[in-house]
Design a protein around this ligand. Structure first.
Ligand code: S3P
Length: 449
């Protein structure tokens, strides 16, 4: 069997071109993989560490571009954060309500979580003025979902298109508590309001239509906030003003990053992979349930709890997949994994239907349109639905030129599809992967046989 050729080339415009040439008789994947830290938990550890009293120690922080944006925003507001590494990052908290007015615009880069969660904190800093922005993608993403509830709490926020797009300007105010019924299941919306509620006297409640990831709730409790959860109604209440104290946080591996290898192991014939130290918080494991529905051979091993989050090693062996239908409450529990699930569906027998996922259209790119276009270029049969996709599996993929549209999850999903495409696939703007998974291509090269 001749070897696969995988090369990453810097282009004149500083973008990366990833070329994957599958050998004529295919390849297989073998090995144990240690994935980087969870992006959602990394953001929250940096933010809560910055606003707590005393020192927070973070082990396993994701060193991707998104958490780096969070760190630099909070440094600009007075938090002392040690050099970022995975071993131990120390954050010297400045105490709730003590973020300093930054002398320049805060730049959240590509990170929706940084911008939306931070807004909740800034809005409640009475007498201080902040301006926030982001990159081209973030400046086109909807902010009214957090601006509106914050305004109901008394926040003063201005921005483009009726205060719905960044750059945004915030004049901090003493806020009043509200009970917000969110029209969407979004952890960013929920967390933004809870963070605003921390400094607000009284009870601030968020009710969401389906349960979204609960990392904020877990970590706020661990830092000492008074928080109650009503699972019957998907409601969370925080009582302010809170007192937060620095903690030791251990960040588990990101299941959203593990998902690329789980799908790769399932669809590349003759493969067996173990992905180690994966966070398996039940609000994130929709991808495991979806892959099991498709007949994937996946086992959770060494299940344990680390610093308040469930963790496991996950073994995957290749198998014949069948189509499935996913919709409803599972969607928020796997929203970031739908691009890679679409790749799995291309290799499954039958037609997979994904619905209730209109949120994909307002992620780092319109992930419904971009995935459909890019996979179809490779010969797949994907049609767009307003709130999802219909994917008919079983047509072989053929390597061609595809583009990440600067979306990290699209870049990595296309790289996995390339492993099973005939010939040569060229993925343009592949550097986007560094947003959440800087070592993705090294790991890819290491496990290909
Ligand atoms: C995140 C929540 C999700 C997810 C994003 C991270 C978080 O966004 O897509 O990657 O850390 O809270 P929404 O809350 O907009 O669904």
């Amino acid at each position: 069997m001749s070897a696969a050729v995988i090369t990453l080339e810097k282009q004149k415009d500083l973008s990366d071109k990833l070329v994957i040439q599958r050998p004529p008789f295919g390849l297989s994947l073998q090995g144990r993989i240690r994935i980087p830290g969870d992006k959602s938990i990394s953001h929250r550890a940096l933010m809560l560490g910055a606003i707590a009293q005393g020192e927070t120690e973070i082990q396993g922080l994701l060193l991707g571009e998104d958490p780096r944006s969070t760190a630099s925003c909070f440094q600009a507001m007075g938090a002392e954060i040690s050099e970022l590494n995975t071993e131990l990052v120390r954050v010297k908290g400045i105490g709730l309500g003590n973020l300093q007015e930054p002398v320049d615009v805060l730049n959240a880069g590509n990170s929706g979580t940084t911008l939306r969660l931070m807004l909740g904190l800034l809005a409640s800093h009475a007498g201080r003025f902040f301006t926030v922005t982001g990159d081209n993608s973030l400046r086109s993403r909807p902010m009214s979902r957090v601006v509106k509830p914050l305004q109901q709490m008394g926040a003063q926020i201005w921005g483009r298109k009726g205060n719905s797009l960044a750059p945004l300007a915030i004049a901090g105010q003493a806020l009043k508590p509200i009970h917000y019924h969110s029209p969407i299941a979004s952890a960013q919306v929920k967390s933004c309001i809870l963070l605003a509620g921390l400094a607000t006297a009284g009870k601030t409640t968020v009710t969401e239509p389906a349960l979204s990831r609960d990392h904020s709730e877990r970590m706020l409790r661990a830092f000492g906030a008074e928080l109650s959860v009503d699972p019957e109604t998907n409601s969370v209440t925080v009582t302010g003003p809170a007192q937060l104290f620095g903690q030791k946080v251990v960040v588990p591996g990101d299941i959203s990053s593990a998902a690329f290898w789980l799908v790769a192991g399932a669809i590349v014939p003759g493969s067996e992979l173990v992905v180690e130290n994966v966070g398996v918080n039940p609000t994130r494991t929709g991808i495991l349930e979806a892959l099991e529905l498709m007949g994937a051979d996946i086992q959770l091993e060494n299940q344990r709890e680390v610093a308040g989050e469930p963790v496991a090693d996950i073994r995957v062996r290749s198998s014949n997949l069948k189509s499935c239908t996913i919709a409803g409450d599972i969607i928020p529990r796997m929203i970031d994994e739908i691009p890679i699930l679409a790749v799995a569906a291309v290799f499954a027998q039958g037609t997979t239907i994904i619905r209730d996922a209109a949120e994909l259209r307002v992620k780092e790119s319109d992930r419904i349109t971009v995935m459909a276009q890019q996979l179809n270029k490779m010969g797949a049969k994907v049609s767009e639905l307003p709130d999802g996709m219909e994917i008919t599996g079983g047509t072989p993929l053929v390597g061609t030129d595809v583009d990440s549209h600067t979306d990290h999850r699209i870049a990595m999903s296309l790289a996995i599809a390339a492993l099973v495409a005939n010939g040569v696939t060229t993925i343009h703007r592949a550097e986007a992967a560094a947003i959440s998974y800087p070592s993705f291509f090294q790991t890819l090269t290491a496990i290909v046989n």
